[in-house]
Design a protein around this ligand. Sequence first.
Ligand code: A3P
Length: 295
Amino acid sequence: MELVRGDYRPPLEYVKGIPIIKYFAESLGPLQSWQPRPDDLLISTYPKSGTTWVSEILDMIYHGGDLEKCHRDSILTRVPFIEFKVPGCPTGLEVLEDTPPPRLLKTHLPLALLPKGLLDQKVKVVYVARNAKDVAVSFYHFYRMAKVHPDPGTWESFLDKFMAGEVSYGSWYQHVQEWWELGRTHPVLYLFYEDIQENPKREIQKILEFVGRPLSEETVDHIVQHTSFKEMKKNPMANYTTLPVEVMDHSVSAFMRKGVTGDWKNVFTVAQNERFDAHYAKKMAGCNLNFRSEL
Ligand code: A3P
């Protein structure tokens, strides 16, 4: 298959009513019959919520904090992205086949599109959620640099699409709520980006307990240091610069962009913020999830 050329930005495809990157939509058929292993661990997030950060943390945990082992390959190979499919690159399923257990897996799929085997096998899930305003801003810049997405248009029009759930992977509101609800019947550790930023050591301890892999305090400190934004931004095995420029163009916007909470304040106008808050209150009514948009 040929590499994505120049500015070709295919429109999203709707699968079961959910908009998805065209190429990723093509991977969903084969994925439905894929059988995960019960000792797999799934990292699930709505896009731009700290997936790469938690993936790096978990890979370090699985390798006892050994930096050299975590430099063995790019994050896309170390933590196979199950629905990944881009012309010219190995698919998520192909990468999975070459990954020895115990495996870390990544997905952004909403539950309606998730391979059934993951639920049947009771595969443990680490879910990371991030406040909607920072996700919207991060997603906008990601659309600009990752050309598997349609053109994002203006920030104003992108924000409208985000609120309407007409962006890749659909509604943020539905995603964070349905994975939260899943925790009633399935082993899910539900984390927040803002909590990790506030106290990474505390959140890593939660992960260690959940995955049943105790580590010394010294090793945890080492993991905190290595997975800081500053370190990950300059680590080619974590910052996606190993992907062809036709797939991600870091000169447009770096994948490791700002890594902060509250950047939305530099982007939202007062009017946009008011409109967003009113819409948010309706979409999240009756849900007991509390997000922090500033620290
Ligand atoms: P920004 O665009 O706001 O900077 P994902 O991995 O889910 O695609 O999320 C990407 C977002 O997480 C980007 O946000 C990125 O900068 C941020 N990020 C990645 N690694 C991080 C780290 N170690 N600490 C804080 N934020 C990080």
